[in-house]
Design a protein. Structure first.
Length: 385
């Protein structure tokens, strides 16, 4: 086995294959030498040349990094720091989808930390979107809600339990844990929260509590599936690294949520993304390749993420800190009525830019420079900091 990056996970196949059906086109249908009739603001080639990527000049002085003081060093930016309209702007939904967490399970991870994987269904597609939850204080309202006729065992099997499961446990509820600990109603472990029925949630699912031990809003990452970057060691993008890094930051800062959306390849699906890679090898950049394949530059939307975050009690004025380099995501994730409030945007600086071991290749440099150029993401913002 070659020396693989930290995020490489050779053993596991993907859980789900995107079901996007796109008519196959033969290459001769595509004019690879000119852009088609997609109205775009500006030909990409005419943009100002970008600076070389791996340079200390654009390395932010103060960014997420590997160390014990991550909580202190997380570098946030104003959330609406980009008024620039770009071809990558995410679609805004008019109303929020309905989501339901159907099962949750504890997953011990290879780093020694635990997370709770929440699997969601919804009313807009038939994909299994996920929430990866670090910390035991974040609970799903729809999971905890009672189901007609279910037994305590049923509740435990679908993950609607408090605390931890153990052989012989018979109740999903907090009372049994308290009894087992031999204490009264107040002796439950501090980190175990009651389900929403008895918590201080407001009617819309928003948790208005202010915990003095959690002075900052929780960290959230909205991550779009990337089979190539997360499973088969691709160095064409930094998706695997970003997923690992988000998980690490949530572990060291005491909790958070990664909403993992099944919108592979910026929403065009794996087959089309692989064609886009071939177009990139023929000289086009990531956005041009999408357009040549007659896809939008970015076909993703984030309404499901908003609904999942509301279900996890992240609505309300306390807000969240969003880990992203993409300013477009901020407004998209907040939802049509600002159901989620993004208090801060925390950039995710590629590890290689921080002088650390991370994804490093000619292809990832091109990919990142295209992103930086089109999303007005990071260069000037980080430089200014
Ligand atoms: N169509 C297409 N999709 C890609 C390509 N490379 C990566 N992706 C997909 O892009 C998605 C990640 O989106 P990005 O635009 O890189 O990042 P972002 O989510 O907008 O911004 P961040 O929050 O900063 O990561 C994943 O779903 C990848 O599968 C590519 O060359 N073409």
């Amino acid at each position: 086995m070659p020396d693989l990056p930290a995020h490489a996970s050779p053993a596991l196949p993907p859980i789900f294959t995107p079901e996007i059906q796109t008519p196959m086109r033969i290459p001769s249908e595509l004019n690879l030498n000119r852009m088609h009739d997609h109205a775009q603001p500006q030909p990409i080639r005419s943009r100002k040349p970008l600076p070389p990527l791996i340079t200390p000049a654009i390395t932010p002085p103060n960014t997420p990094s590997r160390g014990q003081d991550d909580q202190l060093r997380l570098h946030s930016l104003p959330v609406y720091d980009s008024g620039v309209s770009t071809p990558s702007q995410a679609a805004l939904v008019e109303s929020l989808p309905i989501v339901e967490c159907v099962v949750r399970a504890r997953i011990p991870t290879t780093t020694g930390q635990e997370m709770f994987l929440h699997l969601y269904t919804n009313d807009v597609d038939n994909k299994e979107h996920l929430a990866i939850v670090f910390g035991s204080n974040i609970r799903s309202r729809s999971l905890d809600a009672p189901r007609p006729g279910e037994s305590e065992r049923d509740r435990m099997i679908r993950g609607a339990y408090v605390g931890r499961l153990h052989p012989g446990r018979t109740s999903s509820r907090l009372e049994q844990l308290r009894r087992e600990e031999g204490g009264g109603p107040t002796s439950a472990p501090r980190q175990i929260n009651e389900p929403s029925s008895s918590s201080n949630s407001s009617v819309d699912g928003a948790d208005e509590s202010t915990d003095p031990d959690e002075p900052q809003p929780p960290l959230v990452r909205i991550h779009s599936e990337c089979y190539t970057g997360e499973t088969v060691w691709s160095a064409r993008c930094d998706c695997g690294e970003q997923l690992d890094e988000a998980a690490r930051l949530m572990q060291v800062s005491g909790g958070g949520v990664i909403v993992y959306l099944r919108q592979e390849g910026r929403g065009i699906g794996l087959a089309e993304k692989l064609k886009a890679y071939n177009l990139q090898d023929l000289g086009n950049d990531t956005y041009e390749a999408n357009l040549l394949l007659r896809h939008p530059a970015d076909a993703r939307s984030y309404g499901l993420a908003t609904s999942i975050l509301v279900d996890l009690g992240m609505g309300g004025q306390r807000g969240i800190r969003l880990l992203t380099n993409n300013p477009d995501k901020v407004r998209a994730v907040e939802g049509p009525n600002r159901e989620i409030v993004v208090r801060e945007r925390v950039p995710m600086v590629p590890l290689a830019w921080q002088g650390k071991r991370g994804v490093n290749s000619e292809e990832v440099d091109k990919y990142l420079s295209t992103k930086v150029g089109l999303q007005s993401v990071g260069v000037h913002t980080w430089d200014d900091s």
